[in-house]
Design a binder for this molecule. Structure first.
Ligand code: PBG
Ligand code: ZN
Length: 331
């Protein structure tokens, strides 16, 4: 054996602060961060989201000020979500080339071409019923999202984003075949260099509550459990990730991130594609709320939990703490 107390003293590895630093296997870097941003129509909008302190609904002009500031702090990438003025049954504003997301893409690419622009490709912000696609009547009479009709809308949306300059599109609707449909739509429109970051492993989660306030995308009836994954069924994660890679996904995502570290590790072990973890709204707001109450130290909690996602195997972290982390990491 030879690994027993008193011969083995693990504390020797922690005795010296310099050695602790040298032995750190996970090092957070601003280069790994992606900052989500909510953009809506209008001008001069800077509306703080009540359930997400420090996060805002912005218009294109104020969003540009924000992206400039983030770029100045070294945050390399943004993930854009749009909030339209008018919603309809199919979410057609999602593929309007003059909608807020598309205009913001063009402005970022014109002024800050080295900022990596990722767009969320989904329809729940754009449909009047708040579901992630076009509805149909099922055999049992219930309404549900029609998978294959929705694929066409997702393809058109991704092409509109690419035409506006998006570097990467990130489909989050959890429709079967969405990565393949988007890949072929992009390729036929001449956008073969545009990459797909697939929300491959996305669970139906209570942790998205604050986001739905931010994006005004809560479903008006029912929930998303016929398309988003069941958190009790982890083995489906590998099948979802494999299907998306087979359809042409360039990068994968696990979401939520902080509460699904087991699946970050499992996906990383099974596939060699770059992997992102999404530290989602509820996970962010829980830290913010506890910090406001004086129950947690915000900075150490945010750094520790972001490090945990990296330690589990995430190469990239999508986080509402991106700007603060960039500040903290610079100090
Ligand atoms: C859109 C989408 C959601 C999130 C990212 N893309 C909401 C949902 O699926 O209901 C959640 C992100 C967060 O909670 O921070 N489908
Ligand atoms: Zn959606």
């Amino acid at each position: 054996m030879g690994s027993e107390f008193p011969t083995t003293r693990m504390r020797r590895l922690r005795y010296n602060a310099t050695l602790r630093e040298m032995l750190a296997e996970v090092r957070l870097s601003r280069h790994d961060l992606i900052a989500p941003l909510f953009v809506r129509e209008g001008a001069g909008v800077q509306h703080e989201i009540a359930t997400m302190p420090g996060q805002f609904q912005l218009s294109v002009d104020t969003a540009m000020e924000t992206v400039r500031r983030w770029d100045g702090k070294g945050v390399p990438a943004v993930l854009l979500f749009g909030i339209p003025d008018a919603k309809d049954a199919v979410g057609s504003e999602a593929w309007n080339d003059d909608a807020a997301v598309q205009r913001l893409c063009r402005q970022i690419k014109a002024e800050l071409p080295n900022v990596l622009v990722i767009t969320d490709v989904c329809l729940c912000e754009y449909t009047e019923h708040g579901h992630c696609g076009t509805l149909t009547d099922r055999l049992d009479g219930c309404k549900d999202v029609d998978n294959d009709i929705t694929l066409e809308s997702l393809g058109k949306t991704a092409v509109s984003h690419a035409r506006s300059g998006a570097d990467i599109v990130a489909p989050s609707a959890m429709m079967d075949g969405q990565v393949g449909a988007i890949r072929s739509a992009l390729d036929s429109a001449g956008f073969s260099p545009v990459a797909i970051l697939s929300y491959a492993v996305k669970f139906a989660s209570s942790m998205y509550g604050p986001f739905r306030d931010a994006a005004e995308s809560a479903p008006t009836f029912g929930d998303r459990r016929t398309y988003q994954m069941d958190y009790r069924s982890p083995s489906q994660a590998i099948a979802e990730a494999r299907a998306d890679l087979d359809e042409g996904a360039d990068m994968l995502m696990v979401k939520p991130g902080a509460t699904y570290l087991d699946l970050i590790a499992a996906v990383k072990r099974s596939f060699d594609a770059p992997l992102a973890a999404y530290h989602v709204s509820g996970e962010y707001s829980a830290i913010k709320a506890a910090a406001r109450l004086g129950w947690l130290d915000e900075r150490s909690a945010a750094i520790e939990i972001t490090s945990a996602m990296r330690r589990a195997g995430a190469d990239l972290v999508i986080t509402y703490f991106a700007e603060q982390l960039a500040d903290w990491l610079r100090e």
